[in-house]
Write a protein that binds this ligand. Structure first.
Ligand code: GLC
Length: 549
């Protein structure tokens, strides 16, 4: 069994990582060229978002062929070289398997459209008149989740874009096809798999209208999902690799089952509850200041709940679907460095496997785009129009996108001070924020106090201290929403992590002495703490360690 508890995983969005052939789009050779940098972070696995053949309507999450590489990103030889070169540096590649749906350009869907019965059964087609979709379910990107095909007089289900048709996992042939894809990549030496929205694969027997919501309660963690995952893992022999499922709108009980080793499903789960504490009434497109009390409660529930039942969390703030964390829960201006470091410490010392999304280790910020023409993401563009139709002004709609768009995380990696931030010599496919002149790898390599070096320290602590990998967790100062603090415990070792989530000084409920412990990390410029603390300064964060004899 791979050491998923001791690993840190680095996520790459290849389109925006490094452009080796200078056509404005990042590519697989770009990742190969930057492997020494990735290795220097101390990470174990590189998760790449999809680079397979695709019309790229949803940037690769609309797969047309699971075994072929999109020429924009490179060739199969490039991927093989990436696997080899990563391995030489002690790292593995984790691939993103989008198995809830395929692109409508996939051969299976094309054959279904041509009326081949066998292939129609690969997808979820339902009868119905041209004006009456089978249910009132909404797509996650806005609008109906059903699309009518006049030539077949049937509707097909697409929980995401209209070009992403949901697969019918009830059909054993579909499950076999997908297992073959896993076997193909496993043979190539891939060391892990991330399964995209995998808790949505099992749809209910009966499709009915949802009078309370958008339909998700019927198909999230659906009736056969655990069975299907067990079968997929057992039949492909990936139980000893590192696997993670992206779980949308899930529950703790299901995530325990997905990730506890006895169940033989996955190594760990992503859940998103903690990233909804700034959604007003659960609506991503309605802005609200983060509710830190809620955030703390959620971490506590998920951390202790998973520990009690032997489940395992993937811990993270950022990915290619989320705005940048420093802009979201931190302060991208006055306390940029302090807050980025504090947020990193919050996550990395938890019980779970940390994920770092490219540029997070630099404290990259939201993009600050001011015109809709600068956005590229299918979801942002859909929602911009939905917001206008709801009566919002352009400026109001843009204000929402500036905080919520997925493009906030998709702007190019900022490598240096040069034009296009050293990402490319060509104008990139998506605009680079102005602040690349300050926030970039070159600047942060040269600054011993940088966010980049802080991430390196955090990642190396996980290797050095068993208490971080294995320790139990206990939450401190539970009644104080401004302080996110916890203790980790393991046979004679104790780690205390203290974080001020706010831009104000806060009084600690009891004084904390740094004299009886070793201060492993501290995010204020004066260096490691040796005093007794009565208060925490804005965004102050400390990691303290004690060993008992
Ligand atoms: C996941 C991916 C996201 C994609 C969606 C549909 O949530 O992370 O980028 O749009 O699934 O595949």
């Amino acid at each position: 069994m791979a050491d998923f508890k001791g690993s840190t995983i680095y996520q790459i969005y290849p389109k925006s990582f490094y452009d080796s052939n200078h056509d404005g789009v990042g590519d697989i050779r770009g990742v190969i060229e930057k492997l020494d940098y990735i290795q220097s972070l101390g990470v174990d696995l590189i998760w790449s978002t999809p680079f397979f053949v695709s019309p790229l309507n949803d940037n690769g999450y609309d797969v047309e062929d699971y075994r072929k590489i999109h020429p924009l990103f490179g060739t199969m030889e490039d991927v093989e070289e990436l696997i080899r070169e990563a391995e030489k540096r002690g790292m593995g590649l984790m691939l993103d398997m989008v198995f809830n749906h395929t692109s409508t350009r996939h051969e299976w869907f094309q054959r279904a459209l041509a009326g081949e019965k066998d292939y129609m059964d690969y997808y979820i087609f339902r009868d119905g008149g041209a004006d009456t979709p089978p249910t009132n379910w909404q797509s996650k990107f806005g609008g109906s989740a059903w699309e009518y095909v006049p030539s077949l007089k049937k509707w097909y289900l697409h929980l995401f874009d209209v070009t992403q048709a949901d697969l019918n996992w009830e059909n054993p042939k579909v499950r076999e096809e997908l297992k073959e894809v896993i076997r193909f990549w496993k043979k190539k030496g891939v060391k892990g798999f991330r399964f995209d929205v995998v808790n949505l694969i099992s749809k209910p027997k009966i499709f009915e209208d949802d009078n309370e919501g958008d339909g998700r309660r019927f198909y999230s963690d659906g009736p056969h999902v655990h069975e299907y995952l067990k079968e997929l893992v057992a039949d492909t022999g990936i139980g000893d690799l590192i696997t993670v499922g992206e779980m949308s709108f899930t529950s703790l009980d299901h995530c325990i089952r997905y990730s506890s080793p006895e169940e033989k499903e996955l190594s760990m789960c992503f859940n998103f509850h903690h990233l909804k504490v700034d959604y007003r009434d659960g609506n991503k497109w309605a802005l609200m200041r983060p509710d830190y009390r809620k955030l703390k409660e959620l971490f506590e529930t998920w951390q202790t709940g998973m520990e009690q039942e032997n489940g395992w969390n993937a811990v993270f703030w950022c990915n290619h679907d989320q705005p940048r964390i420093v802009s979201r829960f931190g302060d991208e201006k006055k306390y940029w460095k302090e807050s980025a470091k504090m947020l990193a410490a919050c996550i990395h010392m938890l019980r779970g496997t940390p994920y770092v999304f490219q540029g997070e280790e630099l404290g990259m910020t939201n993009t600050g785009y001011t015109d809709i023409s600068e956005y590229r993401d299918v979801e942002s563009i859909h929602y911009y129009h939905i917001l206008l139709n709801e009566g919002k002004s352009r400026e109001e709609a843009l204000q929402i996108l500036r905080q919520r768009s997925r493009d906030n995380s998709r702007s190019p990696m900022q490598w240096d001070f040069g034009t296009y931030a050293g990402f490319s010599e060509q104008e990139p496919w998506i605009k680079i924020p102005e602040n690349h002149k300050k926030i970039n790898v070159a600047a942060e390599e040269a600054d011993p106090d940088s966010i980049l070096h802080y991430y390196r320290k955090l990642i190396s602590l996980r290797k050095q201290y068993a208490v971080i990998r294995e320790g139990a967790i206990e939450f401190l100062y539970r009644e104080q929403p401004e302080i996110f603090a916890y203790r980790r415990l393991l046979e004679g070792e104790e780690l205390v992590v203290l974080n001020n989530l706010t831009d104000r000084e806060v009084v600690l409920p009891e004084s904390v002495s740094c004299q009886n412990s070793i201060c492993l990390l501290h995010n204020y410029p004066e260096g490691l703490c040796r005093n007794t603390l009565e208060t925490l300064r804005p965004y102050e964060s400390l990691v303290l360690f004690k060993r008992y004899s």
